[in-house]
Design a protein around this ligand. Structure first.
Ligand code: MLT
Length: 417
């Protein structure tokens, strides 16, 4: 008899974005005449940068000839890409990251989900609330938590992010071993200053904790004073792993390429306090379970670092930030409190009412899809997240529809409350 890993039974039956997709399918079947505008999941809509397209074509041609054909590549990624990442994303900003600390992969979601495999069952895990659900769910799957009650799993430390603390939680009150941080934050769009990030690094050093730093949205940072990498903070390389992606910067959600930085001097400990190299064990995991990202995709990612590529990536980021500004200004003018949308593609909106009900009313009255905040945790129960990833005209139309039907949305909320 094949027995289920019962930890899976503790999860919600559906992943947040699958749940939204199912509700949307139902809505579309019932309203075939309505053009739905999706501002829910953060999925890009604009074509890949021209530099990446040319590199892809060229790489495909190389695969068509025996002389230039490529089979399996290095599991850690091709040197040409690892060198470009180290130089352009880190060394140029004064962060001392070397190519052999970089592991190229097919996505930040997969890397961050897989990374917890390296840790003992009994570590104490801290996450923000609201939080990208993958951090929590993967620890639940691993059997590291008890059951859930009121949207919170036993044995996880939740650090509340609320309007009262400006979505910047205090450090954990008791010692934790693993801390998930995400800046610019998904879902709140909040950013972190160097000074605030220094507190986390110091905490991790003092408590022998490890920070998993999700920087998937760093390309949206406009304020030059804000850190783009945790390695801009002194000594962070001792206590932090950083995850980055080409998905939202160069529009690779459909192409798949990301990378994880595992510093050489980050250590794991045994019960008897022997020390092990985190990088060596991540390498061991990857070489067993992963065969690398395809050559054409890595060529396309590499092209994003060329002068043209950089300019085109900036063009895409600016495009989505223009959408974010439209969304943010529109909701503020309708009287909502918002965060994000300036150094982030997400706008976190305090709707002060049940977030699934608001999701339904918004969809029913306008055909616009958002993400209900409760999907990110208890602290999100009266918030929605709007994503700026869509075509600009669609975003303009979405906010016009919302403005036009705002009274009706509020009326529907009143009737259902
Ligand atoms: C989101 O909408 O939160 C993200 O796009 C989901 C993801 O990147 O996995």
């Amino acid at each position: 008899m094949i027995k289920l890993n019962m930890a899976y039974k503790r999860l919600e039956p559906t992943y947040l974005f699958s749940d939204i997709a199912q509700r949307l399918n139902k809505y579309e079947q019932n309203h075939p005449d309505i053009k739905v505008i999706k501002l829910g999941i953060g999925d890009v809509t604009e074509p890949l940068p021209e530099a990446c397209i040319s590199a892809l074509h060229k790489a495909v041609d190389e695969m068509a000839s025996r002389d230039t054909f490529k089979g399996y590549g290095p599991e850690q990624g091709y040197d040409f890409l690892r060198h470009a990442i180290a130089e352009k994303d880190y060394q140029s900003r004064g962060a001392d990251v070397s190519p052999d600390e970089i592991f190229v992969s097919d996505g930040t979601k997969c890397d961050i989900a897989n990374f917890q495999e390296l840790f003992s069952q009994d570590i104490k895990v801290a996450v923000m609330d609201p939080v990208y659900p993958v951090y929590v769910d993967t620890n639940v799957m691993a059997g590291r938590t008890g059951g859930s009650s009121d949207g919170r799993f036993k044995d996880i430390t939740y650090l509340e992010c609320t309007p009262e603390n400006n979505y910047m939680p205090d450090l954990p009150k008791s010692q934790v071993d693993l801390i998930y941080l995400c800046y610019p934050n998904n879902p709140t769009g909040q950013t972190i200053t160097k000074k605030e990030l220094e507190r986390w690094v110091l905490y991790a050093i003092e408590n022998q904790s490890l920070i998993l730093y999700d920087a998937a949205y760093e390309s949206f940072i406009q304020d030059p004073e804000l850190p783009r990498s945790i390695y801009e903070i002194p000594d962070a390389k001792k206590v932090a792993v950083e995850f980055r992606s080409f998905s939202k910067s160069a529009g690779f959600t459909g192409l798949r390429c990301a990378y994880t930085v595992v510093p050489e001097n980050c250590l794991l400990h045994s019960q008897s306090d022997a020390e092990y190299s985190l990088r060596a064990f991540w390498n061991r995991r990857q070489t067993t379970k992963f065969n690398g990202v395809s050559y054409p995709v890595q060529c396309a990612a590499h092209a994003a670092y060329s002068d043209n590529g950089q300019a085109q990536v900036k063009g895409l980021v600016d495009y989505y930030l223009k959408n974010a500004a439209v969304i943010r200004e529109s909701f503020i003018s309708m009287g909502y409190q918002c965060t994000g949308g300036d150094n982030s593609p997400y706008i976190w909106i305090n709707v002060k009412t049940d977030s699934w009900k608001f999701f339904d009313a918004l969809l029913n009255k306008t055909g616009v899809v958002c993400t209900p905040g409760i999907g990110f945790g208890k602290c999100g129960k009266t918030f929605i997240r709007i994503s700026a990833f869509n075509n600009h005209d669609a975003v303009v139309e979405a906010v016009e529809r919302i403005r036009h039907s705002h009274d009706e949305i509020l009326k529907e909320m009143d009737q259902n409350s």
